[in-house]
Ligand binder design. Structure first.
Ligand SMILES: [Zn+2]
Length: 167
């Protein structure tokens, strides 16, 4: 597990205004490449580091199913985002999805949230596959700037629920 140097600081800034969620497709579980316990252990480690640093993850959602299995939870299905909306009373219309795969941009679209595509991870490889009007950031630091700028433009949000956001 390797962190980009600006990941924790960026999430810390975001956590002052947003609830943080992880939503992840792990079809390696269905394919037998990794166990669900292995996935849970990695996610628990990430969550524990962020919690310790003051940027806790509200919930982690994992789809362990195979692509062709026809499950309802695999991104870009909005299933987990809608669950977060119900369970945490977040406003998806004022929420953001940050991801390095075109399905993350699509997920945002399907959930009525705003997608931010990052060029780190798989981002550069798949860049040609995202819609031309997508918001693109170099990495999590720039994504956080974009989110905070948009949050401010949308109003100072007195007495509203915090928004959700995905890693
Ligand atoms: Zn699934």
């Amino acid at each position: 597990m390797v962190w980009y140097e600006d990941t924790v600081s960026s999430l810390l800034r975001l956590s002052e205004c947003f609830r943080l969620f992880m939503v992840t497709n792990q079809d390696g579980v269905a394919k037998g490449k990794i166990s669900m316990e292995g996935v849970d252990r990695v996610n628990a480690y990430v969550a524990s580091v962020l919690e310790r640093r003051g940027a806790p993850i509200a919930a982690t959602y994992v789809c362990p199913h195979d692509q062709g299995a026809g499950c309802r939870c695999k991104k870009p299905s909005p299933y987990f985002l809608e669950k977060a909306e119900r369970d945490f009373r977040i406003d998806l219309g004022r929420s953001f999805v940050v991801g390095d795969h075109p399905q993350d941009v699509e997920l945002a679209e399907n959930a009525g949230a705003t997608g931010i595509y990052v060029l780190t991870g798989h981002g550069r490889k798949h860049r040609a596959e995202i819609p031309g009007d997508s918001i693109v950031a170099d990495g999590i630091g720039e994504a956080a700037e974009e989110i905070l700028a948009r949050g401010r433009r949308a109003g100072d949000g007195a007495d509203r629920e915090p928004d959700g956001r995905e890693l």
